[in-house]
Design a binder for this molecule. Structure first.
Ligand SMILES: Cc1cc2nc3c(=O)[nH]c(=O)nc-3n(C[C@H](O)[C@H](O)[C@H](O)COP(=O)(O)OP(=O)(O)OC[C@H]3O[C@@H](n4cnc5c(N)ncnc54)[C@H](O)[C@@H]3O)c2cc1C
Length: 350
């Protein structure tokens, strides 16, 4: 059980800035995200697209904005306080514990448990989970069926089949072609239902070039069934093709069909919601449950705009409201990072 001032659910832009604002106010936070890397939509949906409407930043990309948010939050966000690849499944309130004490208990699907004084839901449109490939007849979750490129490369030196025909799959194929020898597959197949990709032209051209040079093999077809070993490992996929059927053998299958947000367990946490969004007070971003705040795309209030700069404003006011709630006997003065010795000390810049 990890005891902390705050748990932030979601490491998207709202969640990362929330950690920073809490840190400035002297509140320790742990952040949890279902994705294997931080950044939320910015990294999952548009990592390389230019963003033009961040105040004071004429242009950045989803990935560079995330890198800057992480650097900014670094004084308050050590690796041990960021828990990735974990979905928060439960949030329970113990009403017998007074406000400001550790009255919230959270559990993740990977078995982590937290007890917190305040909770910040920065969950966007829900937890991003990989879209599954329909594999009729599949039993269980084979160890050689993957959905994320990050982390270890269990396919090193083996035959890897990447499934998909969009940006994600093509980007993955190109990344694997550039992988260091110790992580590179010996052979890469790209499995797609037709000989046409729905991807950025530059990715399309690069993958076509790799196919022409024989560095990647294109396998066309729609899965109709699977062959599994006694231990559950995937051995081969039956594919329906235009001219009949084909059995495609592989050592590993990496499904790269993109991500989709799933609101999932959040709707069962007893937070008053309207149309899949959490109702908040726009002065404090407090939800209907005292001590639980909601910031970013997950919340709703009159005039709500799902924009990054609005999420940053919301996280700031939510942090100040929580600080007042958690420290009722401490006067809440507004301090500037430019001039406050306390804030500079917290930032490690004193
Ligand atoms: C294509 C596109 C372009 C955009 N361009 C702009 C732009 O130019 N300017 C602008 O201001 N805005 C833009 N936006 C909107 C902006 O990206 C969002 O407003 C912003 O990402 C919201 O941030 P967030 O942190 O609230 O949510 P998200 O970015 O969605 O992050 C939420 C995170 O919470 C995690 N999560 C949810 N539930 C759980 C759970 N139970 N357990 C663990 N983790 C969980 C998710 O996995 C996710 O990573 C764009 C959006 C899209 C899709």
């Amino acid at each position: 059980m990890i005891h902390t001032d705050a748990v932030v659910i979601g490491a998207g832009p709202a969640g990362l800035f929330q950690v920073f604002q809490l840190g400035l106010l002297g509140l320790q936070a742990h952040v949890i995200d279902a994705l294997p890397e931080p950044g939320g939509q910015c990294v999952a949906l548009y990592p390389d697209k230019p963003i033009y409407d961040i105040p004071g930043v004429p242009v950045c990309t989803g990935r560079s904005l995330t890198a800057q948010l992480l650097e900014q939050a670094a004084p308050f966000l050590s690796a041990s306080r960021m828990h990735l690849g974990q979905q928060v499944d439960t949030l329970a309130v113990d009403d017998t514990v007074p406000l400001g004490a550790h009255r919230f208990t959270l559990h993740t699907d990977q078995g982590l448990a937290f007890r917190a004084r305040a909770v910040f839901v920065a969950a966007g449109a829900g937890a991003f989970v990989p879209r599954a490939l329909a594999l009729p007849g599949l039993n269980g979750a084979p160890a050689n069926l993957h959905h994320h490129l990050l982390g270890a490369a269990p396919w090193a030196g083996q035959h890897l089949t990447v499934a998909g025909g969009g940006d994600e799959a093509l980007h993955t194929v190109l990344t694997l072609l550039d992988a260091p020898p110790a992580q590179a597959p010996a052979r890469i197949s790209l499995l797609h239902r037709r000989d046409q990709f729905q991807a950025e032209p530059a990715l399309d051209v690069a993958v076509r070039d790799a196919l022409a040079k024989g560095r990647v093999q294109l396998v066309l077809g729609v899965p109709q069934g699977v062959h599994q070993a006694a231990d559950g490992r995937l051995l081969a996929i039956d594919l329906a093709q235009a001219d009949g059927s084909h059995v495609h053998t592989t050592d590993h299958l990496l499904v790269q069909l993109g991500l989709s947000p799933k609101l999932g367990p959040l709707s069962d946490w007893g937070l008053p919601m309207a149309r899949k969004q959490i109702n908040v007070d726009p002065a404090t971003f407090a939800s209907g449950v005292p001590g639980v705040y909601a910031v970013g795309d997950i919340n709703t209030y009159p005039g709500k705009k799902r924009l990054l700069l609005c999420a940053f404003h919301e996280a700031t006011l939510a942090a100040h409201a929580a600080s007042a709630l958690l420290n009722p006997d401490t006067p809440q003065h507004l301090l500037y990072t430019t001039t406050s010795p306390l804030l500079l000390q917290r930032l490690g810049r004193a």
